[in-house]
Structures are given as structure tokens and as C-alpha cells.
Design a protein around this ligand. Structure first.
Ligand SMILES: [Zn+2]
Ligand SMILES: [Zn+2]
Ligand SMILES: [Zn+2]
Length: 627
């Protein structure tokens, strides 16, 4: 037995060296203790800046699985990433994957950031075993660091890591569908790690398509709040409160939103030192949706009912150059730079992205999905289970895909004001009887109106185009009391609704829609901001999440000419999923096909026979097809 002991001890020692309890230091503390700036970056001892501390420490906070940083340049984000990498090499060793936009970027990052750190930071010297010291792979006791380019998906294979760092994520190529999305692939490499961390940071790009913006919106959205030197109230340094007289950027200053007094550059250092991150995203606790009003030290909101900290597990940070103490981030410099670029359409975008750390919003071409998502209202199945009071009839639309049916139900009120109600997916091939049975059950559903009576779905438009044309046309024929067969037309100049054709085996009406015309009409309505005529409502429901709104606004608009007439033509160049958009288009098409007079007929009936509506068994069902 004793002969084996030395061998066992060797194993124990090696196991212990790879598994050590998490350290007591946070990343910023580790950095302040160990990190030195490489000679080529100016040299000297590192000191984490006040607005960097919260970001760095979230990257090792066991309560955060995801950390998202939407940032400008000049805030030292790359150094924070360096600190995190050094920390996870030395203080809490584990395997890491760092994704850069391209292989070249990955090699550059390795040469410019990793190599000097391994050379100059004393506790990291000699950590990496020389044999493995290639540019894109570093092996050290307890783990390894792999660097890959998002443009080369093969680099992700056969890796399992605890930490994945997506650097400059918004510069990654779009999902081509062929090799899979680089972000999904990178995340997939962490599945087996219970204490995984998914860290994403980037300067943003164009609103609505920017990767880091999407991540940030999902996060708890922390902004750095600094106290006003005059009144003490803490505010975000917002671009909109940044002022200077035209042509005199050297006089740039902030105006306090509370006391309206000017705040000069000279106060910045003290303000930032006393600043703190605070989440601004509404949250739900104790059954109440709340705007954050109190925060813990990390900036997470505290419920005003139970006093508990709301931990979402996804820390999000926004930070921009105005907080930085770097000489080229002086407020006068930022103002001067803006004066130089503000009339140049391209340079202006660069400024908004890289100096303000914000997405750039195209004014005309497309609809931004974020405000639509933000204005979702509490009604429907996830709220009180009732259909809003102003709804008169319920319509449904079905999109036919090869492996599923997607359905949306929508309540229609006067003035074509609409309330989205449900969004359902029935998996299975459309010619499978079970798939169609699911659809029939959903169409048979009874809804409860806010006034107490029951409602059914009045009519349903079914897209019959595609591989299952015969199946879906047959379904429409069997359910001709409420199902209307439709398909999208390619002619972008065609009117929204044309008389149907009946030249099919069932002799049922089949409508070919002027899809582009309908899209133009709805796109205008997506921009309406106030409830009433033509307004569109969505419920706060997990059926209408970020992905739904992304689909709704996935298409872009180009101008094309036909017979000398310009048309705004909707295109989907990236072939992004857009079923949500199609289903909304079909809903309006169905509404215009039926053309019910909801203000006159239904309201009159409503008022006259109000007592009858009390009867639970009453179902609003128009006789539009029997008549
Ligand atoms: Zn104030
Ligand atoms: Zn003030
Ligand atoms: Zn609570």
C-alpha cells in the first residue's frame, strides 16, 4: 500500500491545484493588487477606475451568469477584459474562450494584450507552459485560453469552457445559417459548466440590428449615476443634457436635470468617484411591476414591497466617454469632435457608436422594435385572462411552414385599433392530422371579454402557399365557415386586396394579397404612438418577447420603380425570420376582406342587447360567409 502513496499524493496535489475554492478577491481588487500596465501601453501600476469596478466585478460575481457591456471607446474596456482573463488564469483558474470578430483580430488581441500581460504581470509570469504558447491557445495550470474569430466557426469545435468572452460582438458577421451563429456556438461551448459566465462587450452599431443592443436590452440595464455638485441628486451623464454655445465647444458642460445648474469639467473627477451603477429597467416583484427606486451596492434594484434585491443573473452596463478621465475624453474635446462630424452622415454614425456608445437610429428606412417592445401592456392571458373591453371581434391568422403552423390571434376594435392576443406554434408537418387538430382546437377556443361574456374567433386567414398547398386548401374548404385561404403575391405594385380566384378543386375563394401594399400601410401604423384609431397594442406576455418584435421589424425598405412610379418595397436581405410580420400582414388582409362595420353595426347591437351579452354561452360570430 505504502508504495502507492506517493503516486496518490501526486494526484491529490494536481487535483487540488486545478480545483481551488473561488478567491476572496474580486477582479478589480485582483487587478489593483497584481496588474501592471505593459510598457507599450504607458507602463505603471494599474488602478481600476470607479466606473470600471462594477463592470469588472460582475464578471466574477457568482450571482451573474451573463455580463453585457454596451460602451464607447476611451473607457478602458479592453483593459477590463485583460483583468478578467488574468484573474481566471491565476486566481480562479478555468478554461476560457475569447471570441473576436475575425481570426486576425484574435491574433492581434493575443499579441497586443495577452502577450504583454503574461510578460509583465509578475503573478502571471511563467504560468503558460512554453510548449503550448501559440498565439491562439494558452495552456496554464487549471485551464486554457482559446482565442477564435467569429468569422471562422470551426474554431469553436470540441471545446468546453466555463468562461466565454465575446469581444466587439456587434462587429461579428450576421448569422449565415450555414455554420450557425457565432454567438450561439460560443454559448454552446459552456453548457456543461454550472458556474459559467457569458461576457459580451462591444461598441454598438445600427439600432435594431446591433448584437450588443439586443443583449443589453435583455440585461438589467445599469447606467452610471453621478451626483450633481450643486444639489447632490444622482443622474446619468446623458448626451441630451450636454450643452455648449454653437461654435464654442471649449465651453461644453452638463446641465443637471434636477436643479438645472451647469456642471463643469472640473467637477467630473469628484462626481465619477462618488458615482454608482443603477439598473433602470422596470422589474416585477411581489406581483408589482416597478420602476427601480432603490438599489444595492452593485446597482441591482430593490423591491419596495419586500425589500429584496432583484437578481436577474444578467448584469448589463452602459458607459461612454463622458465619464472618462482620459485627456481625449474631456467634454470640450468630445464637443469639438461632434462639431466636426455632425454634418457628415457617415462620420456622425461613427461618433454616436464609438463616442456615445449608443446605437445609431436610421430615421426613415425602418421601424425600431424597441419602443414597440417597451410599450407592451398588461392584458390578456398572462394578466387577467380577458380580452380588452374595446375589442369587438377576434381574428386569427396562420402561417404554414414545412414543419409547423404558426398562429396569431388579434382583437379588432373601432377605427381598426387592434390588440394582439396570442401567438402559438403547432409543431409537426401540416399534413399530419395531429398538427391540424391542434389548429382546430385553438380556433375553437372561447375567449372571455372584459365585460364578462364569451367570444369565439370570428374568422381565420390561412396562408396556403408552399409545399402544403393542397393540405391547407383542403382544410380551408372543410372549415369554410370561418377559414379564408390566402397567399402572398410578388407584385409590389399590386393593390392590398383583389377579388379572389375560385379556380381550385374546392371552388373556394383564394385571395392573392398585395403584400407590399399592406406592409406599407401597417409600417405607418407601427409608428403611431398614441392609442386610438389605427393603433396596435401588444400584451406583456412571454408569447410576445424580443424575438417576436425582431421578426416584426426584420425587413428593410428600398425604393424601386415600376412604370416610372416609385414604390417602397419591403425586403428581407438577410433572410431573417419574419413570421410575426407576415402574420400581422395577414390579419389586416383578413380584416379588409371581411370589412366589418364595427362602429355602426356591432356597437348598436352592443348597446341594444347589452343584457344578452351576460350569457356566458353567447359567442360573437358574424355570418359573413353564410350570407
Ligand atoms: Zn440634482
Ligand atoms: Zn443639480
Ligand atoms: Zn418583492
Amino acid at each position: 500500500m505504502s508504495l502507492f502513496l506517493p503516486a496518490l499524493e501526486r494526484i491529490w496535489t494536481s487535483v487540488r491545484s486545478t480545483w481551488t475554492p473561488p478567491p476572496n478577491l474580486t477582479i478589480s481588487q485582483w487587478g489593483d493588487k497584481n496588474y501592471v500596465l505593459p510598457e507599450e501601453h504607458g507602463g505603471g501600476k494599474w488602478k481600476t477606475k470607479p466606473f470600471q469596478i462594477g463592470i469588472a466585478d460582475a464578471m466574477c460575481d457568482p450571482e451573474e451568469e451573463r455580463v453585457t457591456v454596451m460602451k464607447s471607446m476611451r473607457v478602458g474596456y479592453t483593459k477590463i477584459v485583460d483583468l478578467a482573463i488574468g484573474y481566471y488564469m491565476e486566481a480562479d483558474p478555468c478554461s476560457m474562450l475569447v471570441v473576436q470578430p475575425t481570426i486576425d483580430d484574435a491574433e492581434g488581441f493575443s499579441k497586443d494584450e495577452i502577450a504583454p500581460m503574461l510578460r509583465d504581470v509578475p503573478c502571471l509570469q511563467g504560468k503558460v507552459q512554453r510548449d503550448d504558447d501559440t498565439l491562439l491557445k494558452k495552456v496554464y495550470p487549471g485551464g486554457s485560453l482559446t482565442l477564435v474569430g467569429a468569422n471562422s466557426p470551426t474554431g469553436f469545435r470540441r471545446l468546453t469552457v466555463r468562461i466565454v468572452i465575446f469581444d466587439e460582438m456587434s462587429a461579428y458577421p450576421a448569422n449565415t445559417g450555414k455554420d450557425g451563429d457565432p454567438v450561439r456556438q460560443g454559448e454552446g461551448r459552456t453548457f456543461s459548466a454550472f458556474n459559467r459566465k457569458i461576457i459580451a462587450g462591444s461598441t454598438p452599431t445600427i439600432a435594431g440590428v446591433c448584437r450588443i443592443e439586443k443583449e443589453f436590452i435583455r440585461s438589467d440595464q445599469r447606467y452610471f449615476h453621478v451626483p450633481c455638485p450643486h444639489c447632490g441628486h444622482k443622474h446619468i451623464l446623458q448626451w441630451s443634457n450636454f450643452r455648449w454655445p454653437e461654435g464654442q465647444p471649449e465651453l461644453a458642460h452638463f446641465v443637471c436635470p434636477s436643479c438645472k445648474k451647469d456642471i463643469e469639467e472640473g467637477s467630473k473627477k469628484e462626481m465619477v468617484a462618488a458615482g454608482e451603477f443603477r439598473s433602470i429597467k422596470p422589474f416585477t416583484c411581489c406581483g408589482h411591476e416597478q420602476e427601480p427606486e432603490a438599489w444595492d451596492k452593485k446597482g441591482r434594484p430593490i423591491c419596495k414591497h419586500c425589500g429584496e434585491v432583484k437578481i436577474s443573473g444578467h448584469a448589463g452596463f452602459h458607459i461612454w466617454a463622458a465619464y472618462s478621465d482620459l485627456p481625449n475624453a474631456k467634454w470640450s474635446k468630445l464637443a469639438k469632435y461632434w462639431e466636426e462630424v455632425k454634418d457628415d452622415p457617415d462620420e456622425k454614425v461613427v461618433y454616436v457608436n464609438t463616442i456615445r456608445g449608443e446605437t445609431y437610429k436610421e430615421t426613415e428606412t425602418e421601424v425600431d422594435w424597441k419602443p414597440l417592445y417597451d410599450r407592451r401592456e398588461p392584458y390578456g392571458d398572462d394578466h387577467d385572462g380577458k380580452v380588452p373591453e374595446a375589442v369587438r371581434i377576434i381574428l386569427a391568422t396562420v402561417d404554414t411552414q414545412d414543419n409547423r403552423l404558426e398562429m396569431t390571434t388579434i382583437g379588432i376594435g373601432e377605427g381598426e385599433e387592434v390588440w394582439l392576443l396570442n401567438r402559438k406554434v403547432f409543431m409537426g408537418q401540416p399534413d399530419n392530422p395531429e398538427t391540424l387538430a391542434q389548429l382546430t382546437r385553438a380556433l375553437d377556443r372561447t375567449y372571455t371579454h372584459a365585460c364578462g361574456f364569451s367570444m369565439g374567433i370570428t374568422a381565420c386567414a390561412i396562408d396556403v402557399q408552399g409545399h402544403y398547398y393542397d393540405t391547407m386548401l383542403a382544410y380551408c374548404a372543410q372549415h369554410s365557415d370561418r377559414c379564408v385561404a390566402i397567399r402572398g403575391g410578388n407584385d409590389y405594385a399590386a393593390p392590398a386586396i383583389k377579388p379572389p380566384s375560385r379556380s381550385n378543386v374546392y371552388r373556394i375563394p383564394l385571395y392573392t394579397l398585395g403584400v407590399n401594399n399592406i406592409k406599407n400601410r401597417i409600417a405607418k401604423r407601427l409608428r403611431f404612438k398614441y392609442p386610438g384609431r389605427f393603433f396596435i397594442h401588444w400584451p406583456k406576455s412571454n408569447e410576445f418577447e424580443v424575438d417576436y418584435f425582431e421578426q416584426l421589424t426584420a425587413e428593410t425598405v428600398v425604393t424601386e420603380y415600376k412604370n416610372g412610379i416609385p414604390y417602397r418595397v419591403f425586403k428581407n436581405p438577410t433572410k431573417a425570420r419574419n413570421e410575426a410580420w407576415d402574420l400581422l400582414v395577414y390579419a389586416y388582409a383578413l380584416l379588409w376582406i371581411l370589412n366589418p362595420d364595427l362602429s355602426e353595426v356591432v356597437t348598436a347591437e352592443w348597446e341594444d342587447d347589452e343584457d344578452e351579452w351576460e350569457d356566458e354561452d353567447d359567442v360573437v360570430q358574424s355570418d359573413w360567409m353564410n350570407g
